[in-house]
Design a protein around this ligand. Structure first.
Ligand code: SF4
Length: 101
């Protein structure tokens, strides 16, 4: 789980990003992969920021940098997001967020 400060930072970021926006999903465009984040679904487990801090960094704007690691590493890590708040689309044609089952 996130610390109190990390949780506060994530909530602040979410509030800033969602202000006046109809959808709570934001897309971060990389050269090999697009990362989508839905703030309404996030349960603040902190897995994203702890596991790939170079890609998911709450102290930076934007907080997601899809070019900071390999497409495969980012996709694998997003597949561990417990809530489904993070999803992705690989630009090599191999679709996207791993589905259960
Ligand atoms: S891993 Fe998923 S649920 Fe956890 S903080 Fe990141 S986006 Fe939210």
């Amino acid at each position: 789980m996130l610390s109190k400060n990390e949780s506060w930072s994530l909530n602040k970021l979410i509030n800033e990003r969602c202000e006046g926006i109809m959808t709570n999903q934001k897309v971060y465009y990389g050269k090999d992969i697009e990362v989508m984040f839905n703030s309404e679904v996030c349960i603040h487990s902190g897995i994203c920021v702890k596991g790939l801090p170079g890609v998911f960094d709450l102290s930076k704007r934007p907080w997601v940098n899809p070019d900071a690691d390999t497409m495969e590493a980012i996709a694998r890590h997003i597949d561990t997001c417990p809530s489904g708040a993070l999803t992705y689309r690989r630009l090599d044609g191999e679709y996207s967020t791993k589905k259960e089952g």
